[in-house]
Design a protein. Structure first.
Length: 324
């Protein structure tokens, strides 16, 4: 059977959502999205939908997809990621290899338009249980460069009780805190591997201006002068709930300004958020963490009751080397 390859468009979001559901039915890694969520992805200004997406069709059904999105900055390396998947019944037929070859060839073109003169790396996140994807990326010369944990906590159990440090107040996110939340996130993630500074545009199109953002489950820590010193922002994926029956509050971002680290701000934000999540009807809370996070975040999450549910490795390949 010959596959028809074409960029993804807004007319395809229903088929795309169905494909994601079919993939997750087998792989059990989450990542389901509604058609409206996917339409937002296609409208993201960091994505070129014509040259940054590719779908494989067979008899009118979407059987594989790939997407490569630019980053908001190249600091100092532009790390672009390939996100994609193949319908379980169509695996080992060359579709994944074709998508990886496409990304390796096409990502430098997209990179050149935004960050000409900067080095470029292509990255793929590989779940520890996905032996097929691991063989595919290593066969293309990609090497593991960083490891991450997906963690979860059952909100039906005992939750931590941690008060904020003296002089710090935790408030629910409001629109007038948008810039303050972005600034404290940028300060707190400045020394994190792979992180770049969010611009106002990328902040809205990826974090607080998307359908999955939950302001009522997001919080900012303010010091006595009213300056933001910590932030916790939450996303909720209704497509996962429809499939599993479990309402999970996903902590997309949690960070503390460097000068406030070690003083209990993150622990207090987390304890406050978990209590609010339970009151808002969530069943579980989840988050992702760098296994080598330099701020001790893994210990904070473990002490709060989070457990490791998933392990992934980020595999990278240099496509445009640094000059000199």
């Amino acid at each position: 059977m010959t596959f028809e390859w074409a960029p993804l468009t807004e007319d395809d979001v229903g088929a795309w959502a169905e494909l994601l559901a079919a993939i997750d039915e087998v792989d059990q890694v989450g990542g389901r999205q509604t058609p409206d969520d996917l339409a937002e992805d296609l409208a993201n200004p960091l994505l070129d939908p014509v040259e940054g997406t590719l779908g494989a069709w067979e008899s009118g059904r979407l059987v594989a997809y790939g997407m490569t999105m630019s980053r908001a900055a190249a600091e100092p390396v532009h790390r672009m990621s390939l996100w994609g998947g193949v319908r379980p019944g169509h695996r080992r037929r060359g579709l994944g290899g074709h998508l990886l070859e496409w990304a390796i060839a096409n990502t430098p073109v997209l990179h050149e338009r935004r960050f000409s003169g900067h080095p470029l790396e292509l990255h793929v996140e590989v779940d520890s249980r996905n032996e097929g994807l691991l063989a595919l990326v290593t066969g293309a010369g990609m090497k593991p460069v960083r490891w991450f944990y997906g963690m979860t906590l059952d909100l039906g159990g005992e939750l931590p009780e941690v008060s904020p440090p003296e002089g710090v107040e935790i408030v629910t996110y409001r629109d007038d805190l948008e810039d303050a939340a972005r600034e404290v996130r940028n300060r707190s993630f400045a020394d994190h591997w792979g992180s770049v500074q969010h611009t106002p545009e990328s902040w809205r199109s990826n974090i607080v201006g998307v359908r999955v953002f939950r302001p009522e489950g997001s919080f900012v820590a303010l010091d006595a002068s009213g300056e933001s010193v910590g932030v916790l922002l939450t996303h909720y994926f209704e497509a996962d709930t429809e499939a599993t029956g479990v309402r999970e509050a996903w902590i997309q971002i949690i960070g503390t300004s460097r000068e406030w680290r070690g003083r209990g701000v993150a622990s207090a934000l987390l304890a406050h958020a978990l209590g609010e999540f339970r009151a808002q009807g969530y069943d579980t809370a989840g988050l992702g963490v760098d296994a080598d996070n330099p701020t001790g975040a893994l210990g904070i999450y473990t002490r709060a009751g989070f457990e490791i549910a998933r392990r992934t490795a980020d595999h990278g390949l240099t496509l445009v080397p640094a000059v000199g």
